[in-house]
Design a protein around this ligand. Structure first.
Ligand code: PHE
Length: 485
């Protein structure tokens, strides 16, 4: 019997494709509602001020990617990816339903569960895709391209569904729809598991190593609980009042500090030779650039979402679309443009830009997208909302930026990192992404204080600054890569 295939790929890819599609559907669907719900005063939202709402959004989206680091570790040493993905999905579904119920405590519990669940699911479902192609090479790359379409298909449909139900009918119904999506994903994952072969099974870990890992995880868990307990006690005693803005500020300083400390440690004590150290330096530069990039890009769900709701004329042929529908645009553009970029890089052949140059182009396009928004902001008044076309153009530019930077970023990590710390380097990349998401949230807190024009020009200027810096230094950085392309 010939094995079943999925677009010329192993049938297991379909299972992972749809699992990730449903997961991203729930993630982006709910995310499209989140900040709008938090600031809403008219339809049963929490009516928070912009700064607090933005901090919550930032903390949530940052945690989702931050927890991918322990999530990957747990799967590698204790659970195996296959089990981690399943329980991750269960936590995510429970999280969305918890948010759907209503009471404030359950809402925040829900956000926590989704962050924990995504940390378990997202890095490991991708790792399993790699596992389907033990031979690696071009077929694996093609498999990841198909998988990337699954991500963006989910990210297209999620906001369409959740924002319709959430904004037009009831916020909590929107959250519930996200949960239902994840349940479909889980059912599909279970039914399709038989096509996965050995992908994602726990391998190469002896029972003794596993027990040691369980004990480490237990100690770490206790430490986190104790830390939480201390903070809660300080809060109850009125010594330190826990507030989202405060935590976001602490995190925005501690993540870069941790990143730098980690790299300094590897530099000094990692025992790497000169060539490896040079490549490590490149990885650090790319991580920093990535944090800046996501810090702008992920404002799609924060400041640009607020802009869509408050300052954009959302009527199309007489029907007022939900603001969150705009959130589908980047994913639609990725689906349409990814093949174009794939073709472009092949066409350019030896003129294909180097990794740092692609990063610089990516950042520059993102910066342009913010200048477009700043321009749009100049037309906004109390009585006048701008055309939706501004956001369409902005999202188009941000997406072309993403397609220059994101795919090469991940594969660059795997190629540049010294072999024995590839996994940790992926963790650092997720950490940089997490920082970017946090900054993207916090930035949205300044829409009221600064106004659209100032905020968006400032973001555009910072991102453009990074682009120029990287653009100028791209040739020497390329030298540091020592022949890795
Ligand atoms: N659209 C991407 C996704 O959801 C964004 C992303 C990039 C997330 C890199 C994590 C890491 O997968």
């Amino acid at each position: 019997m010939t094995p079943m295939t999925f677009m010329g790929h192993p049938r297991g890819l379909a299972t992972l494709f749809f699992t990730e599609m449903w997961e991203r559907l729930s993630y982006y669907g709910m995310r499209g509602l989140l900040i709008l719900f938090l600031v809403d005063t008219l339809r049963g939202g929490y009516g928070l001020d912009d700064k607090t709402a933005a901090a919550i959004y930032g903390l949530y989206t940052a945690s989702v990617y931050l927890l991918a680091v322990p999530g990957g570790w747990l799967a590698d040493r204790i659970l195996g990816q296959r089990t981690a993905v399943f329980w991750g999905g269960v936590l995510i579904a429970c999280g969305h339903f918890s948010m759907a119920v209503g009471p404030v405590a359950l809402f925040y519990l829900g956000l926590t569960l989704i962050a924990l669940g995504t940390g378990l699911l997202k890095p490991n479902v991708s790792a399993m895709v790699g596992d389907l192609y033990p031979e690696g090479g071009a077929r694996r790359d093609a498999g990841f391209s198909v998988f990337y379409m699954g991500i963006n298909l989910g990210a297209t449909i999620g906001p369409l569904l959740c924002s319709y139900f959430g904004e037009k009918i009831n916020w909590h119904l929107g959250f519930a729809v996200a949960g239902v999506g994840m349940v479909f994903g889980l059912i599909q994952y279970r039914l399709g598991a038989r096509h996965l072969g050995t992908a994602g099974e726990l391998r190469g870990v002896t029972p003794a190593q596993r027990s040691a890992a369980i004990s480490t995880a237990g100690k770490f868990g206790l430490f986190v609980l104790a830390l939480g307990g201390v903070v809660a006690a300080l809060h109850l005693m009125g010594i330190y009042l826990v507030n989202p803005q405060g935590i976001a500020s602490v995190m925005s300083v501690s993540i870069p500090f941790f990143l730098l400390a980690y790299f300094a440690y590897q530099f000094l004590f990692g025992g790497f030779d000169a060539a490896e150290k040079k490549r490590l330096a490149v990885v650090l530069i790319l991580c920093a650039a990535s944090a800046v990039f996501w810090g702008g890009y992920e404002q799609a769900g924060s400041s640009l979402n607020l802009f869509a709701m408050r300052a954009t004329d959302l009527f199309i042929f007489g029907y007022e679309i939900p603001a969150g529908w705009i959130q589908s645009l980047p994913a639609v553009f990725v689906i349409l443009l990814a093949p174009v970029f794939g073709w472009l890089w092949i066409k350019l052949e030896k003129h294909e830009p180097s990794v740092p140059a692609k990063f610089a182009y990516g950042l520059a396009q993102l910066a342009l997208s913010f200048f477009v928004m700043a321009w749009a902001g100049t037309f906004v008044t109390q009585a006048f909302k701008v055309s939706i076309m501004w956001l369409v153009v902005t999202n188009f530019l941000a997406t072309t930026g993403e397609l220059c930077l994101s795919p090469v970023g991940l594969s660059g990590m795997t190629k540049l990192a010294p072999r024995k710390i590839v996994g940790q380097m992926m963790g650092m990349w997720f950490l940089a992404t997490s920082l970017g998401n946090l900054l993207a949230g916090m930035a949205a807190g300044y829409t009221e204080a600064l106004g659209y024009v100032q905020l968006f020009s400032l973001v555009g200027a910072v991102v453009m600054g990074a682009a120029v810096l990287l653009g100028i230094t791209a040739p020497p950085i390329r030298k540091l890569m020592g022949g890795v392309e």
